[in-house]
Design a protein around this ligand. Structure first.
Ligand SMILES: Nc1ncnc2c1ncn2[C@@H]1O[C@H](COP(=O)(O)OP(=O)(O)OP(=O)(O)O)[C@@H](O)[C@H]1O
Length: 282
C-alpha cells in the first residue's frame, strides 16, 4: 500500500481554541512530507493525532489505511517517532540502549553495529549515553527510532540546534532511508532543510495550511518579480528586472561575452512563507 498517511479535513480544539483548522495532506511510501511553520503552528499536535496520542475534534486521520482513533500498540512495530531527545537511557551505553530496543522489537543484534556505523556512532558504542554530545544523542535517538525498520518515521525538528556537519549527516541518512522506501513525516522551522529534503511541504500558520506543494512549485509560484543576478567580468554585480531597459542591457552583456555568472533570483521557501503569512519563522 502506497498511501501511508492521510489527513482529511482534520481540526483540533483545545479548550475551545481551534489549533488545527481543516488540515488535508497525504504521505506516500518513499516520500518526505514537511510540515513547516513557526512555534505553536500545530506541527506536534498533527503528529500526535496521526499516531493516536491525541484525537482530533473533527475530520479523519488515517495511518496505513486505519483510522488513527482505532490504532493499537501493534502499530508501533511499523512506525518510528522522534519528537525530542527523550527515551535514551542515560546510564546505559550507546550499544546497550539499542540492544534494549532490539530485544523489544525482536531485531537481530547484528543490526545494531550496522546501524551505528551508518549513523556515525560506532566509535562511541561503549560510551554512556549521558556522555554524548547533543548531536550524538540526536543520532542515538534517531537510531532507536529506525532500528526496527519502520515503514514511516515521524521527525519533530530533527536537526534543531545541531552544527551544520551533524545536520548534514542526518540529512544524508534521511535521504537514504527515503530511497529505501521509508515514508518520513518531518516538522521543521528550517526552510533550507525542507527545500533539500521534502517532496512536498505544507506551510502551516496558526493551525492552517496556507500553501501546499513541492518546494520548487511554491518558489516558482511566488517568483513574481522574475529578477536575475549578474556578475560581470569586471566583478561588478547587477540585479536585472523585467524591464525593456534592463533586458536589453543583459542582452548587450551576453553578446559582448562579459557575463561571468547569471542566476535567476526566485524566492526561497523562507521568503515564500514570509509572503504568504506576513511573518517570519522564529
Ligand atoms: N495539551 C494541550 N492543551 C492545550 N493547548 C495545547 C496543548 N498542546 C498544544 N497546545 C496548543 O496548540 C497550539 C499548537 O501547538 P503545537 O505543539 O502543535 O505547535 P508546534 O507547531 O509543534 O510548535 P513548536 O514548533 O514550538 O513545537 C499551541 O498554541 C499550543 O499552545
Amino acid at each position: 500500500m502506497n498511501e501511508i498517511i492521510k489527513l482529511n479535513h482534520v481540526s483540533k480544539k483545545f479548550n475551545n481554541e481551534l489549533v488545527l483548522k481543516d488540515i488535508n495532506a497525504i504521505l506516500h511510501k518513499g516520500e518526505i512530507l514537511g510540515f513547516l511553520g513557526p512555534s505553536g503552528a500545530g506541527k506536534t499536535t498533527t503528529i500526535k493525532i496521526i499516531t493516536g496520542q491525541l484525537h482530533q475534534t473533527s475530520g479523519e486521520a488515517c495511518i496505513f489505511g486505519i483510522d488513527s482513533k482505532n490504532i493499537d500498540e501493534t502499530i508501533y512495530e511499523q512506525i518510528g517517532i522522534v519528537t525530542d531527545m527523550s527515551g535514551v537511557y542515560e546510564r546505559l551505553t550507546v550499544y546497550d540502549n539499542l540492544r534494549y530496543f532490539s530485544k523489544i522489537h525482536g531485531v537481530d543484534k547484528k543490526e545494531i553495529n550496522i546501524l551505528l556505523e551508518r549513523v556515525g556512532l560506532l566509535e562511541h558504542k561503549n560510551k554512556l549515553a549521558s556522555k554524548l554530545s547533543k548531536g550524538q544523542t540526536q543520532r542515538l535517538v534517531l537510531s532507536r527510532a529506525i532500528l526496527h525498520k519502520p515503514k514511516v518515521l515521524f521527525l519533530d525538528e530533527p536537526t534543531s540546534g545541531l552544527d551544520p556537519s551533524t545536520a548534514l549527516k542526518i540529512h544524508q541518512l534521511l535521504l537514504e532511508l527515503k530511497s529505501e522506501g521509508m515514508a518520513i513525516f518531518l516538522t521543521t522551522h528550517n526552510m533550507e532543510e525542507a527545500t533539500k529534503l521534502c517532496d512536498h511541504v505544507a506551510l502551516l500558520n496558526d493551525g492552517e495550511i496556507v500553501e501546499f506543494g513541492t518546494p520548487h512549485q511554491l518558489c516558482l509560484k511566488y517568483n513574481t518579480e522574475k529578477k536575475y543576478h549578474v556578475l560581470l567580468d569586471d566583478k561588478k554585480e547587477y540585479v536585472i528586472h523585467q524591464t525593456r531597459e534592463d533586458l536589453s542591457q543583459l542582452n548587450e552583456w551576453l553578446l559582448e561575452n562579459r557575463i561571468e555568472t547569471l542566476h535567476s533570483c526566485e524566492p526561497t521557501l523562507e521568503t515564500v512563507f514570509l509572503k504568504v503569512t506576513g511573518r517570519g519563522l522564529e
